[in-house]
Ligand binder design. Sequence first.
Ligand SMILES: [Zn+2]
Ligand SMILES: [Zn+2]
Length: 340
Amino acid sequence: MSEIRVRLRSLQCRMGIPMTNRNAFYISSLAIVPVLFALFYGLRFVGRAYGIDQWVPKWDTLLILAVMIVVERIYTYKYAVSQRSVLARDVISNVVNLWVTGTVTGLIVLPILAFFPEHFLGRKLILASPEQLGSVWLQVPMVLVSVSLFRYWMHRLQHTVPFLWKLHAYHHRVTDLQATNTFVSHPIDFALRNVVIFLVLGVIGFSPLALLVAVPATGISGTFSHCGGDVKGGLLNYLFVTPEVHRWHHSEKVPDGYGYSCNYGVEFSFWDIIFGTYYLPVKDGIALQPERIGYPGGGLPDESNYLKLLLAPLGLYGPLTRLIQVLPVPRGPRGQQPAE
Ligand SMILES: [Zn+2]
Ligand SMILES: [Zn+2]
């Protein structure tokens, strides 16, 4: 029996799962990814039909994060690292990137994008009608390809262009992938990879129905890729960015011959296969995982200070702290000690 199977069995023994249930547990860890993907995808339409998003914006993403936390408790991961010490940073990042970044990016970028059709064509959208792009069912794969290809290359650039890496590096300083740090990213880094392309497609004038059908498919696996549970992607590893695939992107040791990193896809992993950046070693049918997650090559610890994450890459954190030091801060009378 291979070393991996021995490890897996000892893990199952430690979890106290009876022998007869072990296979069922393993199969469930394999089945849970497609089941959840299908469930989350269906729920988007239910939510849309009942207008839930108007009451609780981003409710579906919150639900995915909540389910991810439950999955992490059930399918415990052998190399899990507690994220409790950076929980405040995680919560602030999630709130900012879930509810603020998209709106602010839209307010800044949309007028710039809309300027061209308004100035040159005299209308808000580039296309006079969505039908110019063909039927809705043709536009769905067009949206899927454009979004995932853009995000793949943007993500790759974020690892290779020094300024973009300065922003993106904070996402790579986390020491484990868990639901809580799914949205830990500098807002500009997050917007470039996850918001801009949707604004571009909107201004081009894609059919709203095509966007409605295609967009959820691009969001679910991207969000779920940070699940810290020991869930197996199986064959889906070659189509979607599952946690098993994304962990290698966050590996502290970049696999030999992969330069800056591997597995740049945000939702679909087949772009990595096509462009030669896919990495997922498999032994005896089981995907191997990196032992340490963190800044590539080590050296930089996780950043728990959100203000530093936000301002340091823009060169503003130093001036801010210096300003705070020279500002008159009210202090108590000198020499007085608090009463015992
Ligand atoms: Zn990255
Ligand atoms: Zn990530």
